[in-house]
Design a protein around this ligand. Structure first.
Ligand code: PFF
Length: 471
């Protein structure tokens, strides 16, 4: 094992600490905010099924690959890729994979922070009892008043970025590692309470059917790409976040077991969120495909009508903010680790620089919901006809950059790296499980990603029609 190499940034105190941090990174807005609304936009069951398949055959193997590369390199993704490429006699251009990840991290965090800002503001809105007794219309008005006001969005975005920078500056072990231990179980409990409420909402069955009954008529090639992109996004894969966390993982810990555990918890949170939200959507005659505002327009209805709703509502949004917080720190950790390694900065200055850049890019998203809501840069393409700058940023990062990053990680881990190195680093022997992993990462993952890309671009349909004409 590469245990002779040590990370200059320190190490997790134990395997459990890594599991908590990685779960903290994986579980976030992606599960509770994004999963329900993209499921709603893409027709429900069939989309969920494709997403689950992607988690199993692409997500888990790639997570193992990323943790493995990180632990072997023990540096920021950029330097890890450079070191490992040299060690395995591969091209030094592999370091660009690290750079692409850093850029994806900035772009994702730029909008992630704005949405986390919405959640922050909802802590106070629910806590003050603002939603008590309100109908769906009233709840919706409150939401559109928030997103329509750029100054308010900017203030919350700024606050969330400052929170992120403070924790990142503290370093690997102080900071959120401790908090996640308490928050994650509480989040589960609260989601169960919400599902319990949804159960009594009168439309529980309809909600579950929407979520779990696949109707393949309803899913498009683009929907499949979104499901795959979301598998990467929700597990924090394809940009080096899990790689950099892997670089702080103690030598002996089992990479396979931790990756499976983290993926299972992440999936459970997303499904629970869906089970809480869709029954409320149907019980109130709302539109499942109503977009990024979905949870902010549905859950407050429930909080406004349940006993102690103001308390539960506040608690829910506090937990959501923490879930987002523990994800946001992993989004800039690759950049911060690199600034410390190569520019000799302290973690404090590195966090400030990375934070300010992200904050600035975040203005694109702040404005997308109000002053620039009619700016449709790529309206020439049918699928982007209604896409604001925020939608484009989200699409570019989650559906293109992360899967491409994942594809390259798979190629490096299973084709450039020698079998001996990966057997050694994964530490699960050379029998059954290792060959399964290697087969998935060598063949299944890259082929699946490439097919989904080609299908989304329309090349596969073009080939099929061409073939049909031939025969
Ligand atoms: N996995 C996070 C979520 O689901 O909210 C988002 C995320 C974090 C994506 C870190 C990518 C990443 F590198």
């Amino acid at each position: 094992m590469s245990s002779e190499r040590v990370s200059i940034h320190g190490q997790w105190s134990s395997r459990l600490a890594f599991v908590l941090a990685a779960t903290g990174s994986a579980v976030g807005l992606g599960n509770i905010w994004k999963f329900p609304y993209i499921t709603g936009e893409n027709g429900g069951g069939a989309f969920v099924l494709v997403y689950l398949a992607c988690i199993a055959v692409i997500g888990i193997p790639i997570m193992m690959a990323e943790v493995m590369l990180g632990r072997r390199g023990r540096q920021s993704p950029i330097n890890t890729m450079r070191t490992l490429a040299a060690e395995e006699h591969a091209s030094k251009h592999w370091q660009w994979l690290g750079w692409a990840g850093v850029i994806a991290g900035f772009l994702i965090l730029s909008y992630y922070s704005v949405i986390a800002g919405w959640a922050l503001s909802y802590v106070f809105r629910t806590g003050s009892g603002l939603f008590t007794g309100l109908t769906a219309d009233g709840v919706q008005t409150i939401f559109t008043n928030l997103t329509g006001d750029p100054e308010r969005l900017l203030a919350w975005h700024t606050l969330f970025m400052v929170m992120t920078m403070i924790v990142v500056a503290q370093g690997v072990r102080n900071g959120l590692e401790k908090a996640v231990k308490w928050l994650m179980p509480m989040l589960f409990v609260l989601l169960f309470i919400m599902v319990g409420y949804a159960w009594n909402s009168g439309s529980f069955e309809q909600g579950l059917n929407f979520l779990f009954q696949p109707d393949f008529e309803k899913i498009t090639a683009n929907g499949i790409l979104i499901a795959m992109g979301h598998a990467f996004f929700t597990l924090s894969l394809g940009m080096g976040a899990i790689m950099v966390y892997g670089s702080y993982l103690p030598a002996g810990a089992s990479i396979a077991r931790t990756s499976i555990l983290v993926s299972l918890m992440d999936t459970a949170v997303a499904l629970l969120a869906g089970m809480a939200i869709f029954p409320i959507v149907f019980a109130n005659g709302l539109e499942p495909g109503s977009g990024p505002g979905l949870i902010f327009q549905t859950l407050p209805i429930a909080f406004g009508h349940m006993q102690y709703g103001a308390f539960f509502g506040m608690l829910f949004f506090v937990l959501l903010v923490f879930a987002a917080w523990s994800s946001s720190i992993s989004l800039i950790e690759p950049a911060v680790a690199w600034l410390v390694e190569n520019r000799g900065m302290t973690r404090g200055s590195a966090s400030i620089i990375a934070g300010v850049v992200t904050w600035l890019v975040g203005l694109l998203t702040v404005l997308s919901f109000n002053l620039w809501s009619e700016v449709k840069l790529l309206s020439y393409f049918a699928i982007f006809r209604d896409s604001t700058p925020f939608d484009l940023l989200d699409y570019l990062t989650a559906n293109i950059m992360l899967p491409l990053g994942g594809l390259l990680i798979a190629i490096f881990a299973a084709r450039k790296m020698s079998r001996a190195s990966s057997v050694d680093e994964l530490g699960m022997g050379d029998r059954f499980f290792y060959p399964v992993w290697r087969f998935l990462v060598r063949y299944i993952t890259p082929i699946a990603v490439i097919i989904v890309f080609l299908k989304a671009i329309g090349i596969i349909d073009w080939l099929v029609s061409w073939y049909d004409r031939l025969v």
